[in-house]
Write a protein that binds this ligand. Structure first.
Ligand code: NAP
Ligand code: HSE
Length: 435
């Protein structure tokens, strides 16, 4: 039953792409949300940097302030929604909201990856909730799935397309042959990219999301700066052509695998077979492929970025946090998340198949050097292609697909090959993930 005398009053910290979507969704679905919460939910304050900036039409000018004291000094606020992003002041605002014993909803994976454990502990001490569904996978309910649906399960691995911007760029580069910089501009215009887009294209956003998922999937507290990360800037037309030729497609993946006492975490571009469940998740869609010990495989997919899909996750958290508070059970879901430090597997110990590309001068003996260097490290070759014929000063790509081997062995072979003068750029390596 809806108690119209009780109203849930919300303050938004930030009103950009996501905040605007949240305000719209709260208005569009007001009646249904009131029924689901048991009381109407209204926005009362909106904190921004620039009071003059144009907002979504549903945002009332009277809500807007640039003064955090106006927001935190308003004792009527029941719940804070942090959608400003970045580490600070977002973290200090969330700490302040928790210290006021108010529930918090956040979409901020950067803050959660760096300070999730401490903020969760603060929320637990305060007896309130800190909910963060929108921090990973945009509109996909992956946090809820891990926290609730799979709470009975031991997760063995996660392979995720977790960055919508990267997936959008890689898809359009492959399908339309467009240059990286042009597609990135479109991703920014569409509201997919972070305020600082290098977080997306250099792989840090996906890494931070992987760290957040690891808290739930593996109960792990991990320093995101220690996770191996690569972006997509180096992927070029030739890599797409070879991927096609060998039956792969290129995706940016965030990967977490239980390895006994250690945890394997990494985020980088990868070749996946065209038959893979992740191969056809294109554009801004994200996909999370989870393997559980008892469940087996489970795939979630949906829009990973954008105003309205992300607002769906934020508002779902508002409903949960408000309902728990109204029913007198705040903080229950949050207290269940208790990540512990875990040691990470060194990248040299990672095992994979590899796509190796050597851009070499076309001269006799080059293939023999490369083959010998790989053989000496017991790296077995599955396929080898040399494409084209180098003219004066031109290089030709020698591409090798390896069998499963240790990354450390490939890197040692690279060191050996680099001693020769036939190659002026470092060899490149793209891991092949048979998901
Ligand atoms: P955005 O469009 O850049 O909006 C950020 C908002 O925060 C703006 O309204 C900005 O104010 C405000 N803000 C920033 N710093 C502030 C400060 N120091 N004091 C007061 N206000 C401040 O960002 P967004 O795309 O909505 O992303 C917000 C969060 O959601 C980030 O953590 C992001 O990673 C996450 N997220 C985004 C998406 C997506 O698709 N965009 C999806 C999932 C999660 P002004 O408007 O006045 O500049
Ligand atoms: N910039 C992020 C992305 C937003 O492209 O995936 C969603 O978290």
């Amino acid at each position: 039953m809806v108690d119209s005398k009780r109203v849930v009053k919300v303050a938004l910290l930030g009103c950009g792409t996501v905040g605007g979507g949240v305000i719209r969704l709260l208005k569009e679905n007001a009646a249904e949300l009131a029924t689901r919460i048991g009381a109407p939910v209204v926005v009362k304050r909106v904190l921004v940097r620039d009071a003059k900036k144009q907002r979504v039409p549903e945002c009332e000018p009277g809500w807007i302030t640039t003064d955090p004291e106006v927001v935190f000094g308003d004792s009527e606020i029941d719940l804070f929604v942090e959608v400003m992003g970045g580490e600070n002041p977002a973290k200090s605002y969330v700490e302040r909201a928790l210290s006021l014993k108010k529930g918090v909803v956040s979409a901020n994976k950067f803050m959660l990856a760096r300070h999730g454990k401490a903020l969760l502990a603060q929320a637990a001490r305060a007896g309130v909730d800190l909910a963060f569904e929108a921090s990973v996978g945009g509109g996909i309910p992956v946090i809820r799935t891990l926290r609730e649906g799979l709470t009975s399960e031991r997760i063995l691995s996660i392979h995720g397309i977790l960055n919508g911007t990267c997936n959008y760029i890689l898809t359009r580069m492959r399908v339309e042959g467009l240059p990286f910089a042009e597609v990135l501009k479109d991703a920014q215009r569409l509201g997919y990219a972070e305020a600082e887009p290098s977080l997306d294209v250099d792989g840090h956003d996906a890494t931070q999301k992987l760290v957040v998922l690891s808290m739930l999937a593996f109960g792990a507290q991990v320093d995101d700066k220690k996770v191996h990360v690569e972006g997509i800037r180096d992927i070029d037309e030739l890599d797409f052509q070879f991927a096609e030729r060998f039956g792969f497609t290129i995706k940016h993946l965030a990967i977490g695998v239980e390895r006994g006492a250690k945890l394997e975490l990494r985020a980088h571009a990868a070749m996946v077979p065209r038959s893979s469940v992740l191969a056809n998740i294109n554009g801004v869609l994200n996909g999370v492929f989870i393997r559980g010990a008892a469940l087996g495989p489970c795939l979630l997919m949906g829009p990973g970025a954008g105003a309205m899909p992300t607002a769906v996750s934020v508002v779902a958290d508002i409903v949960d946090v408000a309902r728990a508070s109204l029913e007198g059970t705040p903080g229950l879901s949050t207290r269940a998340i208790q990540p512990k430090p875990r040691e990470l597997l060194d990248m040299t110990e990672v095992e994979s198949r590899y796509y190796l590309r050597f851009d070499v001068n076309d001269e006799p003996g080059v293939l023999a050097v490369i083959a010998k260097a790989l053989a000496e490290q017991s790296v077995s070759v599955e396929q080898l292609v040399q494409q084209g014929r180098g003219g004066t000063g031109a290089t030709v790509p020698v591409v090798i697909i390896t069998h499963q081997c240790r990354e450390g062995s490939v890197l040692k072979a690279f060191e050996e090959v680099r001693k020769y003068k036939f190659m002026s750029v470092p060899p490149r390596l793209i891991r092949i993930e048979d998901v």
